[in-house]
Write a protein that binds this ligand. Sequence first.
Ligand code: BES
Ligand code: MN
Ligand code: ZN
Length: 505
Amino acid sequence: MAYKVLNNISVKDTSSSKLAAIKTDMLVLIINKGTKNDSSFKELDAISTKYLSKTIASHLKDAGSSIILPKMNGIAAENILLVKGYEKDTPMHKWLSMYASIAKKGNQLGAKDLAVMCGDVSPNDKDEFWLIEMVAKTIESNVYIFSETKNKTVKKPSVKKLTIITSGLSSANLSKAKLAAKKGYAIGEGVNTAKYLGDLPANHCTPKIIEKKVKAMTKDFPKLKVKSFNEKDMEKLGMGSFLSVSRGSIEPARMMVIEYKGAKPSEKPIALVGKGVTFDTGGVSIKPSPAMDEMKWDMCGAATVFGVMSTLARMNANINVVGVMACAENMCSSTATKPGDVVTSMSGQTIEILNTDAEGRLILADALTYVGKYKPSYVIDMATLTGAVVIALGRHASGVMANDQYLADMIVSAGEESGDRAWQLPLWDEHQSCTKTRYADLANIGGGREAGTIHAAAFLSKFTNDYKWAHIDIAATASYSTPVKGGTGRPVPLISELLLNKKLK
Ligand code: BES
Ligand code: MN
Ligand code: ZN
């Protein structure tokens, strides 16, 4: 099963087809200062007997505002959406919301297809190809509507096709534009994969169900090789830390390892590791009831791995990547781990579990040890790990901590480029607080109420000594709770940017 929403995204240059002749349900024109001098716009405006330019002058005062015009004689489009574009120095999030609102307007209107002229202004340091990639990515990921678990009130996205209209591109630049659109589409598909898995209720998204979906994905992408580990396999590997989390649940844990080989076999892979807690009750250290439903998004790290692997396969990317999805359900029952229990991790270090709600790090500890066997060039884990990161950074940035500054810098910069931002927090020796326990080598909590995000990362760092590693805490960014709840598909754009564009050295 593929998780893309649109059937097709294409690029068309207006030198070969006039704007007035484009048959579409919704022609979207992003209006900049220079638009009035654009020959294809001038032609369209003349056909409308200047109705377009008059509407722009009288109704589109603020950047980002828009107006829908109905069908006009002589113009093939059923509707025209005029959007007042932004200036070069407008912050990137506003650009992305502008494209998102175009997608949503298309669905509201019941349009089957959109044709978007992006305008000739892009943010500082970005070119027209960046713009095309962002339009493709943002529209694909915002026509998405979740309705799998609805029966009588199903709402399906109406928009199925996007044409990006450029003007006067040389044939070399047209190929570049097409590649940018393809990339944006592939990233948008990855975002939707992650959103969908996150949005699925926990009873529709157990570790076994995720395993099935991952295996099914290899039908679309034969280049992805999947190995799946059940609890017996994990026991043989000595993953006592991971298994302590699923002990209380009737749903068995699963670890899926997805290999993608797009480069020479001799090239070391980059490893991605995702926390996949399909539901986090907290275990015996049970969470309070309000908003506990949001713990169905506690598998968004694993969902990001799933999404990114599909994007890489879709793009035929020339790198080697191994993705690990570490999935378990954290429940409380008579078989559940109890506070004070001591388990042995795959690394050999014993862990005193003082709080069963600090379960993500227990799963990651063993998954991180496991990927060491690939001798990876870099390891990046993604996890909805701490509520503290919401307090530290708010909803707009994921938290990055690393044992390698180059990797941290590249992640932050990929976040800036893609509009899926991350910000670094320190990870110092002073933060090693989990070592102070009488009964094991490590405790799974430490540091009290201080810097919970960093203390969690410090625990993980005890399992990542053998390679260059970064941890991304996505508890604040992978889903949102207002005005309605939903998954965001983050940090698929950041990681895709990092792997497809940045090329880690
Ligand atoms: N899954 C939660 C973190 C979380 C909180 C994600 C809010 C999304 C939104 C994680 O397993 C957890 O419970 N962390 C604890 C750690 C604590 C017990 C040290 C937390 O943040 O309270
Ligand atoms: Mn927890
Ligand atoms: Zn959790």
